[in-house]
Design a protein around this ligand. Structure first.
Ligand code: DLZ
Length: 171
């Protein structure tokens, strides 16, 4: 069967994150997985793009449903202080259960994060995993036993630096 390399092709540009201000809002639901994702994102930004640890603000909320509101408020507050975040990442892990909760929260979180991003004019990276079971979540956070595991927080960290740097030039 024909196949292709899945995922994002690395950018040919090298972005410098040394002056970027980054907001991470993460959930405490499914925290073991979320923690690994947050670590993947922060480690990538600091080690590969020179983002200063002191320029990364990490805030938590209860669940994914709360992510858009928190991001919007924290971005607005940073603008009031004239220290606007250049980019934000919302990180959460939704795992499908036996009711419709998953569908409603996933829809609200994804639409809300997009709206918060467009309204605030600050790029917000969509770091919400929507998994059908625990194994999918672990694999996508680089945890578990599967060989194909990959920490998606790494991709979100890269995406955040690219979007933060680009948005500075686009303004
Ligand atoms: C209620 C709920 C459920 C069932 N599952 C998850 C989940 O898998 N991941 C997650 O981040 N949050 C979950 N929540 C909590 C909601 O996102 C939210 O925190 C509550 O409904 C309170 O608004």
């Amino acid at each position: 069967m024909a196949s292709f390399t899945k995922g994002v092709t690395p950018s040919t540009e090298k972005y410098d994150g040394s002056s970027l201000r980054v907001l991470i809002v993460h959930t405490r639901w499914n925290y073991e997985v979320v923690e690994a994702l947050v670590h993947g994102a922060t480690e990538t930004m600091t080690s590969d793009y020179n983002v200063k640890p002191e320029n990364i603000s990490i805030q938590s909320v209860s669940g994914s449903y709360e992510l858009p509101f928190a991001a919007q408020q924290l971005i607005a507050a940073s603008k009031m202080r004239s220290q606007s975040f250049d980019v934000a990442i919302c990180i959460g892990v939704l795992i499908k259960g036996s009711t419709m909760h998953f569908e409603y929260i996933a829809e609200a979180a994804s639409q809300g994060i997009m709206r918060a991003s467009l309204d605030s004019r600050v790029p917000i990276v969509f770091g919400v995993l929507t998994c059908l079971n625990d194994e999918q979540a672990l694999e996508r956070a680089g945890l578990g036993d599967k060989k194909s595991k990959h920490n998606h927080g790494i991709d979100w960290g890269r995406c955040a630096v690219e979007m933060g740097a680009k948005n500075r030039n686009w303004m």
